[in-house]
Design a protein around this ligand. Structure first.
Ligand SMILES: Nc1nc2c(c(=O)[nH]1)N[C@H]1C(S)=C(S)[C@@H](COP(=O)(O)OP(=O)(O)OC[C@H]3O[C@@H](n4cnc5c(=O)[nH]c(N)nc54)[C@H](O)[C@@H]3O)O[C@H]1N2
Ligand SMILES: Nc1nc2c(c(=O)[nH]1)N[C@H]1C(S)=C(S)[C@@H](COP(=O)(O)OP(=O)(O)OC[C@H]3O[C@@H](n4cnc5c(=O)[nH]c(N)nc54)[C@H](O)[C@@H]3O)O[C@H]1N2
Ligand code: SF4
Ligand SMILES: [Mo]
Length: 723
């Protein structure tokens, strides 16, 4: 059904990225001001100006920032409509308390009284760990940092984790293992136009990081080659020189197979590998078995394509290996990242100009938000909560005793297991919609419903917020200032455009208010985000993600600051690992990982593969983009991509509703018949909730190291619905 918001927002003028020309200057209209900031959605963090009517102080539109170094005036359909969510009729303007099953608006005083009473009751009876915190990284660094401190200091709980667990945790795990540090890109993306080859695995760049495409185009115009590994012929794969149409869950076999050929055909940069890498002999032994024929058998890719890709990649003087969730959201996510990174290492590419390795960061602050302590085992600056020195340092910055610092908690999905077990009895969700974004959501929903008390901070009533006892209205990205860290590792500024709507407040203020109620107010003395950032700088000092030298002024002066920036006079580090890696001995650890089967494979009851992902018009669980008319017009509901041969086998017509199911759940959706998918695989986007959510079906099998769920692989049954 069409939402009110669709009708209201439809027809407003859309500025299309296709109208944007380079070198154009922004014009300021009479009676308006332009505020320079960045898009709230993906890790590209495109530069944009928000247009504000000076008389009414209302947001009236958007303009690209032609001068923004990374995106140069380009935006995608989500970015050009993002401003419509700021003054949107669905915004929650006052706290909501559930009374007799219905939400009733309340004062902040009443909502905070209730939270204080319930938190104290639950912690009094069951201990501090009985309240959990579930964070998110669509927030600024300031807020993400504070979520970690709020959990450990204000609530004193060990149970904190965040939505980035579902997103960047395998990339982080793989980079830490191989390179000793997790900065999503080893090079600034302004160098990409000088690269000769992009090996992209499990990344639908054209739809998910659309404005990055200009850099690949520029390189392609100069002759660069593109290799794409994806079970689907995505818009990105369509422009590739080689499309490796692998079976879901077989990336580790593919990477081993490519490395086998790099070694066989002498494409290894022996000097680099000898000087800068460990484990080469072991890798050689492991990959020996991965002949093109064996690799083809495991991956389902034709031998010739594997060989062609290896030669193109092996011959390119400057190559960049890139990957995203397709390779990472698997029970082998960490292995895959380590192996793909090792491909770049064998070619001696990391630490050199226009070469390297990069994960395409998901959420707007997916990079910064994973560095400063929202993860169950992490403290600010990528410190470890299990390391006594790190605990001592951060306890010192926070003004608590090291013994008061809680221990390590559990990963996002495992928190739901603890809710089911009644170990966690209360939960505060800050910036996530886990009842749509988690795998196996029928289970997750029960776990959330079984809680004694659920608090959700959001600006729109999400499916998770609907389950809450209290919903606290938060300010949007345009109603508060702070910093985010983009996909390159560049720290940038988000500016306040207008005041928070109604009685909504920024998340940091809300955490501060609850901390006061819990008797911990003195640890949260901030008057503005800048003060939190200054504390973050000190908390991260000396850590791997060192922000000490990043200041708001420096960000303005030099188009952002790349971390690490370890001193006040340090300009930041656009390219990392030039001389050494961040491991203990300074050498990279080549990955020696055998092929393993996914957590679930097709069988007689569930004979097909299911994979999930995104479309260009929607963002994550859709709680924001499903409220924008233009985007809903383009893509109103989920669909099932089916290859024509498979469709004819099941006698399914294009557009016909079909049923798909796994042992965990089922749904119906229209069939989208397309040759752009493997014959044995179905694809469904995940931007919808409840009966439209593909996460009713997905598997909660976790990567043993990163605890990332296997969103990209499970076994599924397809059925024609009898009329
Ligand atoms: N339009 C849009 N853009 C977004 C987002 C959004 O929701 N919408 N979200 C942002 C976020 S948070 C993220 S994490 C990123 C995600 O960005 P991507 O990872 O690029 O997006 P996905 O669609 O999840 O998956 C990418 C591709 O992986 C492929 N794939 C599936 N299984 C496998 C496999 O086993 N191996 C390989 N190699 N490929 C496989 C899928 O077919 C898909 O085309 O996008 C960001 N940008
Ligand atoms: N099947 C399947 N499932 C997946 C994936 C997949 O590829 N396939 N991908 C996974 C990935 S990569 C990700 S990143 C997750 C994302 O999963 P979620 O984190 O659940 O997704 P969002 O829709 O971003 O939820 C964020 C919520 O916070 C709100 N919000 C936005 N900004 C703010 C803010 O500043 N403060 C507060 N308090 N709230 C805010 C939004 O309105 C929204 O309701 O989904 C994962 N789930
Ligand atoms: S969603 Fe990503 S690519 Fe699109 S405008 Fe926003 S930041 Fe840019
Ligand atoms: Mo993500």
């Amino acid at each position: 059904m069409e939402s009110i918001l669709s009708r209201i927002t439809r027809g407003r003028r859309i500025v299309s990225q296709f109208l944007v020309k380079e070198g154009v200057k922004n014009q300021i209209r009479k009676g308006e001001k332009l505020v320079a900031t960045h898009c709230c959605y993906c890790g590209m963090q495109c530069g944009m100006h928000i247009r504000v009517n000076e008389k009414t102080n209302k947001v009236v539109g958007v303009e690209p920032r032609y001068d923004w170094v990374l995106t140069k005036g380009k935006m995608c359909p989500k970015g050009v409509t993002a401003y419509q969510t700021i003054d949107h009729p669905d915004r929650i303007k006052r706290p909501l308390i559930k009374k007799n099953g219905q939400f009733v608006e309340s004062s902040w005083e009443e909502a905070l009284d209730l939270i204080e009473r319930k938190y104290k009751e639950i912690q009094g009876e069951y201990g501090r760990d009985a309240i959990g915190v579930y964070g998110g990284v669509s927030m600024t660094n300031e807020k993400c940092y504070l979520v970690g401190k709020y959990a450990r200091v204000a609530l004193g709980t060990r149970y904190i984790d965040y939505n980035g667990r579902y997103c960047m945790s395998s990339a982080a795990g793989g980079f830490n293992k191989t390179l000793g540090m997790d900065r999503g890109s080893t090079l600034p993306w302004t160098e990409l136009e000088h690269s000769d080859c992009f090996f992209m695995a499990g990344s639908n760049t054209a739809e998910c990081h659309p404005t990055s495409i200009q850099w690949f185009w520029k390189a392609k115009d100069k002759g660069a080659k593109i290799i794409v590994a994806d079970p689907r012929e995505t818009p990105t794969a369509r422009v590739a020189d080689v499309h490796l149409d692998l079976l879901p869950g077989t990336d580790s076999a593919l990477a081993n197979g490519i490395m086998h050929l790099l070694i066989k055909h002498d494409y290894v940069d022996t000097e680099y590998v000898n000087e800068r890498c460990n484990n080469f002999e072991e890798l050689k032994e492991m990959t020996a078995r991965f002949t093109p024929e064996y690799t083809a058998k495991l991956t389902g890719i034709a031998v010739e394509k594997i060989v062609k890709a290896a030669h193109i990649f092996g011959k390119s003087p400057r190559s960049v290996v890139m990957f995203a969730r397709g390779a990472e959201q698997q029970t082998k996510g960490v292995d895959n990242v380590s192996l793909y990174t090792s491909m770049a290492l064998l070619r001696g590419q990391i630490g050199k100009f226009a070469s390297g390795v990069a994960t395409l960061t998901g959420q707007g602050n997916g990079q910064g938000g994973r560095e400063h302590g929202q993860k169950a085992d992490a403290l600010p600056g990528y410190r470890k909560i299990t390391n006594p020195k790190d605990r001592e340092y951060i306890a010192g910055v926070w003004g608590i005793e090291p013994e008061e610092m809680p221990q390590e908690g559990v990963s996002a999905y495992e928190m739901f297991n603890l809710m089911e077990a009644k170990t966690i009895r209360g939960l505060h969700v800050i910036c996530s919609n886990p009842v749509v974004s988690s795998p196996n959501i029928n289970y997750v929903q029960k776990a959330l419903e079984g809680l004694d008390f659920l608090v959700v901070n959001d600006f729109f009533l999400s499916e998770t917020a609907e389950l809450a006892d209290v919903v606290l209205p938060t300010a949007t990205w345009a109603e508060d200032e702070g910093t985010t860290t983009n996909t390159e590792g560049r720290v940038i500024r988000i500016r306040k455009v207008v005041d928070p709507i109604g009685e909504s407040k920024p998340d940091w203020e809300i955490m501060q208010l609850i901390a006061e109620r819990m008797g911990k107010g003195k640890f949260f003395p901030y008057k503005e985000p800048r003060e939190i950032f200054d504390e973050l700088r000190i908390a991260s000092k000396g850590g791997k993600a060192d922000y000490y030298g990043v200041t708001y002024e420096k960000i303005d002066a030099q188009d952002g600051v790349f971390w690490p920036a370890p001193a006040e006079d340090h300009m930041g580090t656009p390219s990392v690992f030039k001389d050494k890696f961040a491991t203990e001995d300074g050498k990279a650890n080549l990955a020696v990982c055998d092929w393993r089967e996914p957590g679930e494979i097709p069988n007689t009851g569930y004979p097909l593969w299911l994979t999930t992902g995104r479309v260009v018009f929607h963002y994550l669980t859709g709680n924001q983009t499903r409220r924008v008319g233009f985007l809903m017009d383009q893509c109103p509901e989920p669909f099932v991509e089916i290859h024509p041969e498979l469709a004819s086998q099941y006698q399914i017509q294009n557009g016909e509703r079909v049923k798909i199911s796994t042992p965990r759940g089922e749904m119906t959706a229209p069939a989208r018949i397309t040759k752009a998918i493997r014959k044995d695989t179905l694809f469904v986007p995940y931007h919808w909730g409840k009966e439209q959510s593909i996460n009713q079906l997905t598997s909660p099998a976790l990567d043993p190291f990163s605890r990332m769920p296997e969103f990209k692989v499970c076994a599924v049954k397809l059925e024609k619905l009898t009329k």
